[in-house]
Write a protein that binds this ligand. Structure first.
Ligand code: SAH
Length: 394
C-alpha cells in the first residue's frame, strides 16, 4: 500500500527541520482522503520537499515523527530502534545481576514517540500512547524478543489508560507474547513485586531509582516519613540506609499493601517500618511537629495539562508548606513534581514560597531529575517531566 502524503502550510516546516517530533494540526494544509488514524504518513513542505515519516492521528498533535529526511521506513525500523535503546541502557550500567528493571523505551527520548516500554527481568511491559504505536504493537513485541542479549520472554501490553479516548480503539490489557504474572524484579539489589496487571503505569515507578539511591545515603539514624509511597520504593532504600524508623503513607490501600509486601520481601520481621492508609494532606495536618527528620513528598502529577498549572502550583505550595512547618530542625526534605506542564523554575518558586510561608530557612542540596533511561531528546524539551529538590531545613 502506497504511503499517503501530508502537506504542511507554507513556512510551517521550521520545527520539523529542527527535528521536533510533533506536528500540530494547525500546521497542516491538506490531509488525504480515506486516511486512517494510526497510519504511517509521509510529510512534505508546501513546496513538496520530503520532511520525513510519522504516525498520523486525529487531534492537536496530528503527526508524531518517526524519522526525518526519508520517505519510507525500513522493514527492520523497530528492531533497529530497540537495539539502540537497549545498547544505551547497557552503556548506562543498568543491566546487571543486581538490577534487572529499567525503562527500555521512553517515547520521544528514544525516537519512538507514543511508545513506553519498561523491563522487569524477562518481562517487557509496553504502553502505547498513540494509535500508530497501538497498531504496531505486534511488530514491536516481536522485535523485543529478537534482541538476543535482552532475553525477553513475555510481553505484556497495557494501553487501556494511555490510548487517546477519542480514537475509539478497543482498549487492551493482555500478554502479546508469553505469560508470567508475579514477577519479582531487582533494583540496585532490592526486591520489588511488580504488579503490571493491576498496578499504576507499568506497575512500578522506575524513574525514581537514582533519587531513591540518594535518599539511602541520607537515611542513617533518621526518622523517615515517605508520603505517597505507592510500592514503598523510598521506604525500602531508607531501611537499607540505616534509618531509625520509616513510616509510609498512601491513600490507596492497595499501594500500602504493596509497600508492606515489598518490605517483607527485603526486611522480614523488621519492626522499624509502619504504614498508614491515609490522605497525605490529612496526615501532615494531624502529625506532631519535629517527629520526622527526613521527609519524602512524591505526589502524583498535580498539573496534568497546561490549564491546570495554577491549581497545581497551589497544591505543591500547600503540601510543601505543611512539610516545612512540621519537619524537625536540621531535617532533610526530598520533594518532587512529576507534572510535565510545571517547569523546574515554577516548581522551585512554589517550594520557595512554601518555605517563606512556613518561616523556615532552607538550602538546596541537590537538584534532581529523571534518570538517564528516561532520556530527553534535545529537540523535544517537553520530554522533561520529573524534577526534585533535596533541601536542608534549619
Ligand atoms: N513515590 C512512589 C510513587 C508515587 S505515585 C515511588 O517511588 O514509587 C503517587 C502515589 O500517590 C500513588 O500511589 C497514589 O495512590 C498516591 N496518592 C494520590 N493522592 C494521594 C493523597 N491525597 N494522599 C496520599 N496518597 C495519595
Amino acid at each position: 500500500m502506497a504511503i499517503k502524503t501530508i502537506r504542511l502550510k507554507a513556512g510551517k516546516e521550521e520545527s520539523v527541520l529542527r527535528r521536533h517530533p510533533w506536528i500540530f494540526s494547525g500546521a497542516i494544509s491538506s490531509v488525504p482522503h480515506y486516511i486512517e488514524e494510526g497510519e504511517l504518513v509521509k510529510v512534505e513542505t508546501s513546496g513538496g520537499d520530503v520532511l520525513g515519516v510519522g504516525h498520523y492521528q486525529i487531534g492537536s498533535i496530528a503527526v508524531r515523527m518517526l524519522e526525518f529526511g526519508v520517505d519510507s521506513l525500513p522493514d527492520d525500523f523497530f528492531m533497529r530502534r530497540l537495539e539502540s535503546a537497549y545498547a544505551l541502557r547497557g552503556k548506562l550500567g543498568l543491566i546487571r545481576p543486581d538490577n534487572n528493571c529499567y525503562r527500555l523505551v521512553h517515547g520521544e527520548g528514544d525516537f519512538l514517540p507514543g511508545l513506553v516500554i519498561d523491563i522487569y527481568g524477562d518481562t517487557a511491559v509496553m504502553q502505547a500512547h498513540s494509535p500508530g504505536m497501538h497498531f504496531a504493537r505486534g511488530e514491536v513485541a516481536d522485535a523485543l524478543t529478537m534482541i538476543p542479549e535482552a532475553r525477553i520472554r513475555n510481553v505484556y501490553y497495557k494501553s487501556d489508560s494511555t490510548l487517546p479516548f477519542k480514537a475509539g480503539l478497543e482498549p487492551e490489557n493482555q500478554y502479546i507474547i508469553g505469560q508470567y504474572d508475579g514477577n519479582i524484579a531487582m533494583e540496585n539489589g532490592l526486591l520489588f513485586n511488580i504488579d503490571w496487571l493491576k498496578g499504576q503505569k507499568t506497575g512500578f515507578f522506575v524513574d525514581q531509582r537514582e533519587n531513591r539511591a540518594l535518599l539511602e545515603r541520607f537515611a542513617r539514624g533518621r526518622r523517615v516519613l515517605n508520603m505517597f509511597c505507592y510500592t514503598g520504593g523510598f521506604s525500602i532504600y531508607a531501611m537499607r540506609g540505616g534509618a531509625l524508623s520509616v513510616e509510609s503513607v498512601d491513600s490507596s490501600a492497595k499501594a500500602v499493601a504493596l509497600t508492606d509486601a515489598n518490605m517483607e520481601l527485603n526486611f522480614p520481621g523488621d519492626n522499624r517500618h509502619t504504614s498508614h492508609t491515609e490522605d497525605a494532606f490529612k496526615f501532615l495536618a494531624d502529625m506532631d511537629n519535629d517527629r520526622y527528620d527526613l521527609i519524602v513528598l512524591d505526589p502524583p502529577a498535580f498539573a496534568k495539562h497546561r490549564g491546570a498549572i495554577k491549581n497545581g502550583l497551589i497544591g505543591y505550595r500547600r503540601l510543601n508548606t505543611r512539610a516545612f512547618e512540621k519537619i524537625k530542625p536540621g531535617g532533610i526534605l526530598f520533594t518532587f513534581s512529576c507534572s510535565q506542564a510545571i517547569s523546574r523554575e515554577m516548581f522551585r518558586l512554589a517550594v520557595f514560597s512554601a518555605s517563606v510561608k512556613a518561616g523556615r530557612k532552607v538550602r538546596i542540596l541537590h537538584q534532581l531529575s529523571q534518570p538517564a533511561d528516561h532520556p530527553i531528546d534535545i529537540a523535544h524539551p517537553e520530554g522533561e517531566y520529573l524534577k526534585g529538590l533535596v533541601l536542608e531545613v534549619e
